[in-house]
Design a protein around this ligand. Structure first.
Ligand SMILES: Nc1nc2c(c(=O)[nH]1)N[C@H]1C(S)=C(S)[C@@H](COP(=O)(O)OP(=O)(O)OC[C@H]3O[C@@H](n4cnc5c(=O)[nH]c(N)nc54)[C@H](O)[C@@H]3O)O[C@H]1N2
Ligand SMILES: Nc1nc2c(c(=O)[nH]1)N[C@H]1C(S)=C(S)[C@@H](COP(=O)(O)OP(=O)(O)OC[C@H]3O[C@@H](n4cnc5c(=O)[nH]c(N)nc54)[C@H](O)[C@@H]3O)O[C@H]1N2
Ligand code: SF4
Ligand SMILES: [Mo]
Length: 691
């Protein structure tokens, strides 16, 4: 009998932060299941977490650095790889200055300690204005609206799922995604518990999702129009005297003046939700002692993303549900210091992008303009790129253009475990170890959890021979760029952060608590949590108020014909887990969903191939006719399109799908946040005529 042992660690794949119980045989993970004793996830696991061992053992995972020689990537040792990086980056920096090197940071950085601790020193050492990340294809509008409301872009309230009686959920599908900007292991179970205690949840979505199927009510909405619905609610709260804001909230009357133009009868034709239902919903939210409004991707990756994100919290604040149990509340993470109740506030635009003049937000520029910066000649043209844990060739708008732009760079280095659609363009690929060989602490998600808790796990297995920890990789890159030696010691930094934090917790205690430490339900934090100069919640910040006119003008706009929205599936994780056989087996999921009425009009039937064309690109997709999408709306998942040459993901290449971001348009962004518009893309569809 081989030596078998059990080890525990947090799942690093999505924001739910579930505890995993791993079975280790011969230094390999042979099984992963939910940790029943975990203080937060209580044994919950999804199909992705259950494949933890397959992900770590994937034979296509890179275990040594790659350098491109004569067009092919060959394995080299670390010193040689870093020499090539130094020879590639330094001449660009010396000749063209810091802005000629751009950096793109992808989603898994929020799931690694390296990302939490060693990216900001690297970005600082680069000194470039050209910092890009997955945030501007995701949640930047929420950072901006919260930045203005509460004074810090990281002060984001989460729905108090375990105590609410009425949850209004817009543009979120936690039955597939397991939640986002609200860390809640077993999100679906927590939603069912609302119903079991006599409460309700309502879903607003252009598609009848699995979450919508479980909901007490599903309201279809035209993509991109949630701000109208929300303003209709706000209008009603004022018109019908339903206001109950806390004394910490300033600017209520100003919001009322802005809402005057958005009566339910006025917004209803634009968003498709009946005026009577908008009005009654406002009354229900106001009457419930514990109600919360929560929005996610479908409210951020749209034209009015920041206004929509803002209006969600406006409704919460006006109904008295901001910072009260069962409403939306501010988590208190173990590594975060308590505030003083006021601060310098939030601002954007400390610099602007060279080509389109777009403002900096939270230290970065919109990824929608990365290709502009690479392609447009000039003094500070981007000539070199660093990517860390990102696959922008599949995940960002007009990715066909970005793919071509990356091919024209003079140097590119990627920190990534795979040779994929993006990293195939890199001159050097530096692979981090798999998750079982990394320590884990959730700097991002403990600050978004619907119940306060703490967990830290040291590496479960020792490093493989010849491997380099991801913290050390980033530190070494920083050393190359800055010329000053940086040594990584993540545990020391974490221990210091815990000591300075609000709980009496030590790193040793967390190491001795593999199932996590429960720190209790969320507690009210106003005004301590605020960083606004006034020390109040600024409900009507000037930059947001100024954008309302753009929204008002859109009220009377002719609706586009067919519009495209995205879709997530429980067994996908953005673009990078399609190389796990258990997660891609079965029916092709990368289908174009189309309503029966539209299908009939376009002469398409189930299983046909259709040609889909937007302003920027054309793809061919397999049609799936379904009344789950509303008429006029088509849906295609993102993260597919693995059939490009030069990659090493054998399983993914055999299940390629198509890249939906060939269709999304980099020229359209939410102006306040720079976030890409990935939902509500006008498209034309016709049957594919094979020649
Ligand atoms: N049309 C459309 N596009 C979208 C979205 C959408 O809804 N619709 N969603 C957007 C959202 S929310 C996001 S977050 C982005 C994601 O955008 P990206 O972050 O650019 O893309 P991912 O697919 O998450 O790619 C992650 C990369 O990290 C690598 N990786 C995995 N684990 C590690 C690790 O531990 N260390 C390192 N260094 N690398 C690792 C993977 O191999 C992969 O290359 O996509 C966005 N794109
Ligand atoms: N299985 C799985 N889990 C994941 C991920 C994954 O790729 N796969 N990705 C992770 C990441 S990085 C993130 S950011 C989260 C995202 O978490 P969620 O936001 O919950 O993810 P989605 O499933 O994309 O849900 C967005 C919903 O918005 C709807 N929608 C589109 N446009 C609109 C609109 O204009 N208005 C409204 N009201 N709804 C609209 C879509 O139909 C969809 O149902 O998921 C995370 N978890
Ligand atoms: S829900 Fe997310 S954190 Fe939990 S097991 Fe699945 S992928 Fe991992
Ligand atoms: Mo995301």
């Amino acid at each position: 009998m081989a030596d078998s042992r059990t080890a525990y660690r947090t799942c690093p794949f999505c924001e739910a932060a579930c505890g995993l119980e791993l079975t280790i045989v011969d230094e390999r993970v042979v099984a992963a299941r939910g940790d029943r004793d975990h203080v937060f996830s209580h044994g919950f696991v999804c199909p992705k977490g259950a494949t933890f061992g397959q992900v770590t053992d994937d034979p296509d995972r890179l275990r040594r650095p790659l350098v491109r020689r004569a067009g092919t990537h060959v394995e080299v040792d670390w010193d040689e790889a870093f020499d090539v990086v130094a020879d590639g980056l330094r001449p660009v920096l010396e000749t063209h200055g810091p802005h000629a090197v751009a950096i793109y940071l992808g989603n898994p950085n929020v799931h690694t300690m390296a990302g939490g601790l060693y990216l900001s020193p690297l970005v600082k050492a680069l000194g470039t204005r050209n910092v890009f990340s997955a945030s501007t294809v995701d949640q930047m509008p929420k950072h901006v609206s919260c930045g203005y409301l509460f004074g810090s872009p990281l002060t984001i309230p989460v729905p108090d799922l375990d105590r609410t009686d009425l949850l209004l959920m817009l543009g979120a599908n936690p039955w597939e995604s397991n939640g986002s900007l609200a860390t809640a292991a077993d999100f679906p179970g927590r939603l069912k518990a609302i119903q079991a205690r006599g409460g309700r949840f309502i879903v607003v979505d252009p598609r009848r999702t699995r979450t919508a199927e479980h909901a007490d009510e599903h309201l279809f909405i035209r993509p991109g129009t949630d701000a109208f619905l929300l303003f209709g609610l706000v209008h009603t709260l004022f018109a019908d005297n339903l206001l109950n804001p806390s004394p910490y909230v300033a600017g209520v009357a100003e919001v009322g003046r802005l809402a005057a133009a958005f009566a339910p009868e006025v917004v209803s034709p634009a968003c498709g939700v009946p005026a009577d239902r908008i009005r009654s919903l406002a009354h229900e939210l106001a009457a419930s002692p514990r109600a919360a409004v929560y929005g996610r991707i479908g409210t951020c990756t749209v034209e009015f993303g920041t206004l929509t994100s803002w209006l969600i919290d406006v409704v919460n604040a006006l109904t008295g549900n901001l910072d009260r149990p069962g409403g939306v509340m501010f988590p208190l993470a173990p590594h975060v210091r308590r505030g003083t109740g006021s601060g310098q506030g939030f601002r954007v635009g400390r610099w602007h992008s060279r080509v389109r003049g777009l403002p900096e937000v939270k230290g970065e520029l919109p990824v929608a303009t990365l290709a502009d910066e690479i392609e447009t000649p000039g003094d500070e043209q981007v000539r070199a790129l660093v990517t860390v844990a990102g696959n922008p060739v599949l995940s960002t708008p007009n990715s066909g253009r970005l793919d071509r732009a990356l091919a024209g760079l003079s140097f590119m280095v990627s920190v990534d475990p795979y040779l994929n659609e993006t990293t195939r363009h890199a001159d050097v690929v530096l692979p981090p170890p798999d998750a079982v060989r990394k320590g884990h602490y959730d700097f991002s998600f403990l600050a978004l959890a619907v119940r306060n808790f703490a967990a830290y796990h040291p590496p479960v297995l020792p490093p493989l021979p010849g491997a380099m920890d991801e913290c050390d990789i980033l530190a070494r890159l920083t050393t190359i760029v800055s010329g000053q030696e940086v040594i990584a010691d993540p545990e020391r930094l974490l221990a210091a952060a815990l000591r300075a934090g609000p709980y009496d917790l030590t790193l040793e205690q967390l190491i001795e608590s593999p199932h996590g430490v429960d720190l209790g339900p969320l507690e009210p934090r106003l005004p301590e949590v605020l960083r606004t100069p006034s020390g109040r919640v600024e409900l009507c910040p000037a930059p947001l108020a100024a954008d309302v006119e753009r929204l008002r003008a859109a009220l009377t706009r002719e609706p586009a014909g067919l519009v495209l929205i995205g879709r997530r599936h429980l067994r996908s994780n953005n673009s990078w887990m399609h190389n796990v056989p258990a997660l891609v087996k079965g029916r092709d999921r990368c289908t174009l969903q189309l309503h029966p009425a539209d299908a009939a009009r376009l002469d398409l039937t189930d299983g046909d191939d259709a040609q889909v064309t937007s302003r920027v690109g054309t793809i061919t997709a397999r049609v799936e006719v379904t009344a789950a999408v509303m008429p006029g709306v088509v849906s295609l998942p993102h993260g597919w399109g693995h059939d490009v040459p030069g990659t090493r993901q054998t399983v993914a290449a055999a299940h390629p799908g198509v890249n939906s971001n060939v269709l999304t348009d980099e020229s359209v962004i939410d102006p306040l946040s720079g976030n890409s518009v990935l939902n509500g893309i006008p498209v034309e569809i016709k049957p594919l005529v094979r020649s």
